[in-house]
Design a protein around this ligand. Structure first.
Ligand code: ZN
Length: 264
């Protein structure tokens, strides 16, 4: 197991309702042995320590790297996009690994040791590529930094079929005024943009980032454990906010061990 001593969690002004101070408090309650720091958005925070000329150079390098990670830049005319990528603005979708590499450039040496975990929350959509499935969307890119996407939470776990069907009908008929009602009717089965539950829905993904960093373990198989990687919106809500939602015995013990771990 790797010993984590500090977790930095970064704000995202584009994610409506996001409260990183609240989430840092949540992490502190789950991991009382660790130092948890809530910071401004990642790029702003890390560029602030440089002077204007260095900042210009870094910003230019960063935009070059981001262009290299951009899904829109990588697509050829023949690429077929699967949902959720077929339904979103690709200008804000990035391949997860090169995006993590670009963000890593900004982490100072003193904070890039194994004891630090940086968790970036962003509204950009994360994508991955494999030759069999092509491009597909993801909620979180685990590692250091870990990136959790708030639009990924809304777009990646699939919505109920009836919701999709009725939504498509309203859009086709130009009856967009009914969309909010529809979202309301399906609130116990789907999350949407501006959803007041956004912070609750993020909690399990933050814990997933911590567990992955400390042990290399992926998500939990238990559907009621917040570390479960939901495939549908109903599963997401069940795991994070459902009446039965609670950490499974394995993850309760593991988080305790991570919190009190000292030594190799
Ligand atoms: Zn679990």
């Amino acid at each position: 197991m790797i010993q984590i001593d500090t977790i930095c969690i970064y704000d995202d002004p584009d994610s409506e309702g996001l409260d990183t101070k609240y989430l840092a408090g949540f992490l502190a309650s789950q991991l009382p042995g660790l130092q948890i720091v809530a910071r401004a958005d990642f790029v702003t925070h890390h560029l602030a320590r440089f002077g204007p000329s260095e900042r210009d150079i870094l910003e230019a390098e960063l935009s070059k790297q981001l262009a290299g990670a951009s899904v829109a830049e990588l697509l050829s005319d023949t690429d077929e996009l699967l949902p959720p990528l077929s339904g979103v603005d690709l200008e804000t979708a990035y391949l997860a690994r090169p995006l993590q590499a670009a963000m890593r450039l900004l982490i100072p040496e003193a904070e890039s040791d194994l004891g630090h975990l940086h968790i970036i929350i962003c509204s950009d959509l994360l994508a991955d590529y494999d030759p069999q499935n092509g491009l597909f969307g993801g909620v979180a890119a685990l590692g250091n930094p870990s990136i959790v996407s708030t639009s990924g939470l809304i777009e990646v776990p699939s919505r109920p079929r009836e919701y999709n069907f009725r939504r498509a009908q309203y859009v086709m008929l130009g009856a967009e005024e009914y969309l909010e009602d529809l979202a309301h009717q399906f609130a116990d089965q789907t999350a949407g943009y501006g959803d007041p539950r956004i912070n609750e829905l993020l909690k399990g993904y933050l814990l997933m980032a911590v567990v992955y960093r400390a042990t290399g373990d992926g998500p939990c198989a238990e559907p009621t454990c917040p570390l479960h990687a939901a495939r549908t919106q109903a599963e997401l809500l069940q795991a994070q906010t459902g009446l039965e939602s609670r950490l499974c015995a394995h993850h309760t013990a593991l988080l305790e061990a991570i919190s009190s771990f000292s030594g190799p």
